[in-house]
Design a protein around this ligand. Sequence first.
Ligand SMILES: *[C@@H]1O[C@H](CO)[C@@H](O)[C@H](O)[C@H]1NC(C)=O
Ligand SMILES: *[C@@H]1O[C@H](CO)[C@@H](O)[C@H](O)[C@H]1NC(C)=O
Ligand SMILES: *[C@@H]1O[C@H](CO)[C@@H](O)[C@H](O)[C@H]1NC(C)=O
Ligand SMILES: *[C@@H]1O[C@H](CO)[C@@H](O)[C@H](O)[C@H]1NC(C)=O
Length: 426
Amino acid sequence: MKEVKNRCLTCSVIFILFFFVCLFFFEIIDYKSRLLLFFPRRLSNSTLCHGGLRQLKIYMYDLPRRFNVGMLDPTLPVTAESNLAWMGSCGLRRQHSVEYWMMASLYEGNGENGSTLETVRVMDPEDADLFFVPFFSSLSFNIHGLNMSDPNTVDQKLQRDIVKILKASSHWQRSGGRDHIIPLHHPNAFRHYRDKVNSSIFIVADFGRTMNIAKLAKDIVAPYAHMVESYFNDDEENPYDTRKTLLFFRGRTKRKEEGKVRMKLHKMLIGTPDVIYEEGDASEEGFKTSTEGMRSSKFCLHPAGDTPSSCRLFDAIVSHCIPVIVSDRIELPFENELDYKEFSIFFSVNEALTPSYMLSRLRGIKKHEWMKMWTRLKSFSHHFEFQYPPKKDDAVNMIWRQLRHKLPAIKLSVHRNRRLKIPDWW
Ligand SMILES: *[C@@H]1O[C@H](CO)[C@@H](O)[C@H](O)[C@H]1NC(C)=O
Ligand SMILES: *[C@@H]1O[C@H](CO)[C@@H](O)[C@H](O)[C@H]1NC(C)=O
Ligand SMILES: *[C@@H]1O[C@H](CO)[C@@H](O)[C@H](O)[C@H]1NC(C)=O
Ligand SMILES: *[C@@H]1O[C@H](CO)[C@@H](O)[C@H](O)[C@H]1NC(C)=O
């Protein structure tokens, strides 16, 4: 009796197996596609690029040229073919030129080299992920707004006009400006009216003077355009030994607010034989001296300026001089991708002002440790180059990539905002 039962069971099992094998072979049930659901699917090339994410689609406002390139050259035509190169004569203003490089990259976007870009410009606002406002707010301050006691500068008028244009735009109204990108790199850029557009995504240098209206969660920290020449071809055998100076700083020692640390460091470090800490201005000659100094030093000091950040950090990076950062509230560009501890040293202001603490820590860094940081620094320095046409992974592409990573959060805030009937409680 038991045996019969067992035999029956075996038969049934074999039959069921046979049944399923048949189904599979004759594709009566499409198991294959169902199984493949569990594996990553291959998408067509057009939607899959840059590590699985598609290019960010940007609509650029068509503004009168007085808001942007008109400040550089009133006659300069703006097309991808015309030379969009940064005007050589703009000197110090170059530091905050991110607004210019972002605009230029959108002209390049659809051209021959477009496929290496993180972004693509769309002409139909309906297709856009985000909206770019090409207002050169930093240049406007530097050219039209330097007289801070004048209540009626051209800079202020441009700011007022741009707010008017934005508020009247249906794209702005739809999102309350949450999907709009506004460069605001100079600490005084857009200073009169920036609180009117504070729902937008700002491109900033740091949050020193915009703490109340800018936020790390929504805004992008962009590098300064460096002022010294980049160090290419430094394939020396032994940079540790050829860089004779231990620590280098050259710049203005008298600064406001957090920058007061510079004076104290000056008093502490002066007279140390392998340390250079000198007063220097931002002239052509000054940049030449800094270039040489940074290229022949192991470490380059970066104390806070009037605000927590300054151009000097990026000068050190492109000179492949390990940055020593003494600025408690600094924010750094691209920190979701880069770990600055791999190629920089950080001291709190208190640590830096503790006699001999900083120098003995730096002297204690072994040659092979320094070499490892230097190699890392060299491999990252291309992320800090602004150029036209843009290149893969350069500064402007890194900025667009950051924006693309923020896109889901931006969409969330836009969609919520469209339905809320009371002020947002988050
Ligand atoms: C997708 O990209 C690969 C490699 O870049 C290329 O060989 C292939 O032809 C592309 N396919 C399509 C459909 O464009
Ligand atoms: C594409 O990039 C290459 C290398 O950067 C450059 O020489 C060339 O001029 C670029 N083409 C256009 C149309 O900008
Ligand atoms: C700055 O503006 C004020 C007020 O308009 C004016 O009195 C002053 O002369 C200006 N200063 C300079 C340096 O132009
Ligand atoms: C904009 O600033 C105001 C105060 O100036 C603040 O109440 C508001 O929350 C800010 N909005 C955003 C999106 O940060």
